[in-house]
Design a protein around this ligand. Structure first.
Ligand SMILES: Nc1ncnc2c1ncn2[C@@H]1O[C@H](COP(=O)(O)OP(=O)(O)OP(=O)(O)O)[C@@H](O)[C@H]1O
Ligand SMILES: [Mg+2]
Length: 232
């Protein structure tokens, strides 16, 4: 039976811009089931990343209700939110967000250190995650010594190492050529087939159509939610 992982009702987000209040999300209601792959599309500035940051507990809404895995996220303290992010959510961003001074292995290891995981298990997880993304031969490379596609695969391995039930990807292929984009999407689709819920923001219609469902956001509102044949 389908079970919602993300359940949002009437989410609003307002930013104060000097004395001016700007409403960026204008009452978003959205349910995403466990195991679903949903693409979010919409023009620049429409509120996609703002919504994604709220889904990912990196930011909070101004108004509305957000249940993640049936837990009321709005009632959580900053410390509790940090634990939710570490345990439940893997983030992948357009700019990779790797730490430049750490090598490939150490970047993937970092969230596991935050988890206080013991050395042996940490090592096993890091090596397994890097194997999954085909980077077992790049353990000592720093981000500056890797291609964009490889850096994004490190970011995916870092997300994977924590075995999160939810992966949020904000334009993960935005800085990549088409070959690397395909590699990244194949990895993400494979993870989704293994049961990981995937929410992906993209400007690329071909990539959006790989999902089970495409949600369009215009000016802070969901204007359509369309099931995709190809993603079924
Ligand atoms: N911290 C902030 N303070 C004030 N306004 C913000 C802040 N973050 C975002 N905004 C505004 O919210 C609106 C939506 O931004 P958001 O980053 O969600 O857009 P987006 O759909 O992800 O766009 P893009 O496709 O360009 O990434 C924009 O008009 C932006 O200026
Ligand atoms: Mg954005």
């Amino acid at each position: 039976m389908k079970k919602p992982l993300i359940d949002m009702k009437n989410i609003r987000k307002t930013y104060a811009n000097g004395s001016l209040e700007v409403e960026v999300l204008k009452g978003i209601s959205l349910t995403i089931d466990q195991g679903e792959f949903v693409s979010i599309i919409g023009s620049s500035g429409s509120g996609k990343s703002t919504l994604m940051n709220i889904i990912g507990c990196l930011d909070t809404c101004s108004l509305g209700e957000y249940l993640l895995d049936s837990k009321d996220i709005n009632s959580y303290t900053e410390k509790e939110l940090a634990i939710v992010r570490n345990e439940k959510i893997g983030f992948i961003f357009q700019k990779f967000n790797l730490l430049a001074k750490l090598n490939c292995y150490e970047n993937v290891e970092l969230p596991l250190i935050y988890r206080c995981m013991e050395t042996q298990e940490r090592r096993e997880r890091v090596l397994k995650s890097l194997e999954m993304v085909g980077l077992s031969d790049r353990l000592k490379h720093r981000p500056s010594e890797m291609s964009g596609g490889q850096q994004q695969r490190v970011a995916i391995a870092r997300a994977l190492a924590c075995a999160p039930p939810l992966i949020l990807a904000d334009e993960p292929t935005g800085n990549l050529d088409s070959k690397s984009s395909n590699e990244i999407m194949n990895i993400l689709i494979d993870l989704n087939r293994k049961g990981v819920t995937l929410v992906l923001i993209t400007h690329d219609n071909d990539i959006a159509e790989l999902a089970h469902r495409i949600i369009r956001i215009s000016d802070g509102e969901i204007t359509s939610s369309i099931d995709c044949k190809r993603g079924m």
